[in-house]
Ligand binder design. Sequence first.
Ligand code: GRF
Length: 202
Amino acid sequence: MFKIAVLISGNGSNLQAIIDNISTGKLACTIEAVISDKPDVFGLERANKAGIKTYTFDKKTYGEDLSQKIFKVVENNVDFIVLAGFLSVLNGELLEKFKNKIINIHPALIPSFCGNGMYGIRVHESAIQYGVKFSGCTVHFVDNGTDTGPIILQKTVPVYFKDSARDLQARVLEKEHEALIEALGYIIEGRVRVEGRKVKIL
Ligand code: GRF
């Protein structure tokens, strides 16, 4: 069975989407661990309720050592890692040993509205401010940059003139759940091929 770890920093609605799709049988994988870089976030409660082992490595305590702490948990236990609302930048052995085995979901159409400091509601405030007519979400492989790895799939949403950043955030979040499950399904089925910067779904 395909084993994954899910990394979170907050609410965990993307984690919940994975949990729900495993229980319906749509995703043929198991979540071996949920790892948070922030204590007492609701995502940890979601994991506990689902009987999933959780780890908390507070980024305020571990700083640069965070990735190595995570690596020690996952190195011989999982096939793949999913960043689901995870806000720390990973580095070191974790990225080397899990090259093209870590994906992230970003709430915009990369390369728009991404990179350092672009997370949560700020992403949608920037999109509204810029006046884009479409936004959406991106599932991509994680490399040693921020939101810079090869793109696996994207989903779009319309942006209406009257939209607040919260309105757009809610519309995008729904698509995130769909996109993450779709991408994870392809990965579990072994249908994802990376060719340079481009990704082919077989
Ligand atoms: C989502 O917009 C996700 O894309 C971003 O963090 C937000 C919260 O995600 N990375 P979740 O509800 O914690 O999964």
